[in-house]
Design a protein around this ligand. Structure first.
Ligand code: MN
Length: 326
């Protein structure tokens, strides 16, 4: 795939890189890895990166100080590279730059991605977009700082190499990145494991208040705006709660909701074996992966869970779900 990037960059004088709203580790890693690579190796091309504010534990990644949070009116680029976005809407504020760019290129691993750019490099089986960015780069030109960014992306989207999306190729790439001098334990501790006291408290509360249903095959918990305010946490700081719910013995699907605005919930879905939660998320206007997906739904917690339960039940064995409701 190395030629693909070189081909696309031929004759270009300006390139914008954009990732999804509420950037996660993979989004930040893929964007910053590619950004540094272009800055180092294509000095004649004006390259800018556009992302919403990133979580502070990623700010040690080289180049994050250059991230643009606003679009200059009238600004256009020869090429817009869209990373880790399942659809153009997920770009958020940088969407107009995608629309106005002379050419667009999308690199992504979401199964729900419909190949919406001019050029697309979409591999739903890939662990992360950062893994795909790795394939676009000349290995010799991957510096330690680029390796750090890509390693973060892989670590975050694989749950530190534990999810099924982490295949043999993922480990080979991780090994290559380690050889560039990445301090893996420190990166994992600082960007993935570490939680603030408030984060641990709200996690504990979400676990205490969780409810299992459908004969213990599903579990859900929710956090209201009032509770988030009480603990002083932002939505980003709720990451990891759904994963903790998912590991409950006997559970097939874990659902975590937080209230985005009154009676509108951001829904995170995780599954183990039987249920393709991306199908459930797409049904409700969202997207994602087979075992990790999300959407936004209106209604009360009860409405949202009932609606989700109906779609999840369609994928579970009838005898396991009969006469059950949320
Ligand atoms: Mn990703």
């Amino acid at each position: 795939m190395q030629n693909k990037l070189a081909e696309l960059l031929e004759g270009k004088t300006s390139v914008a890189i954009g990732g999804h709203v509420r950037p996660d580790g993979d989004c930040v890693g893929a964007c910053m890895g590619l950004y540094q690579y272009l800055r180092n190796n294509y000095k004649d091309i004006e390259t800018d990166v556009y992302l919403e504010e990133i979580p502070s534990h990623f700010s040690f990644v080289k180049g994050t100080g250059d991230i643009r949070h606003q679009v200059q009116p009238g600004k256009t680029y020869d090429l817009f590279i869209c990373l880790d976005c399942g659809d153009a809407e997920r770009l958020g504020f940088s969407g107009p730059l995608f629309e106005s760019a002379a050419q667009t290129f999308c690199v992504d691993h979401h199964i729900s991605n419909q190949a919406f750019a001019d050029e697309n490099y979409i591999v739903p089986d890939a662990s992360s977009t950062s893994e795909l960015v790795f394939h676009l780069l000349d290995r010799e030109k991957i510096t330690k700082e680029i390796a750090e960014a890509l390693y973060i992306g892989i670590v975050h989207d694989t749950g530190v190499f534990q999810y099924s999306c982490a295949g043999p190729e993922t480990f080979r790439i991780a090994a290559d990145l380690l050889e560039k001098g990445v301090d893996a334990p420190s990166i994992i501790e600082r960007t993935y494991c570490e939680k603030s006291y408030a984060q641990n408290q709200i996690l504990g509360r979400a676990l205490l208040e969780s409810i299992v249903f459908m004969h213990g095959q599903c579990i859900f918990s929710s956090v209201s705006q009032a509770v988030m305010k009480f603990y002083g946490v932002t939505p980003k700081e709720l990451d990891g709660i759904v994963s903790q719910l998912r590991i409950t013995k006997g559970v097939e699907v874990a659902i975590f909701l937080y209230e985005q605005e009154p009676n509108v919930y951001k829904v995170s879905l995780r599954s183990k074996e039987k249920v393709d939660v991306s199908r459930v998320a797409v049904y409700f206007g969202g997207g994602g992966h087979v075992k990790a997906a999300g959407c936004t739904m209106p209604g009360t917690v009860h409405d949202v869970i009932n609606n989700l339960a109906g779609q999840i039940a369609l994928q579970l064995e009838p005898e396991e779900t009969k006469t059950e409701e949320a």
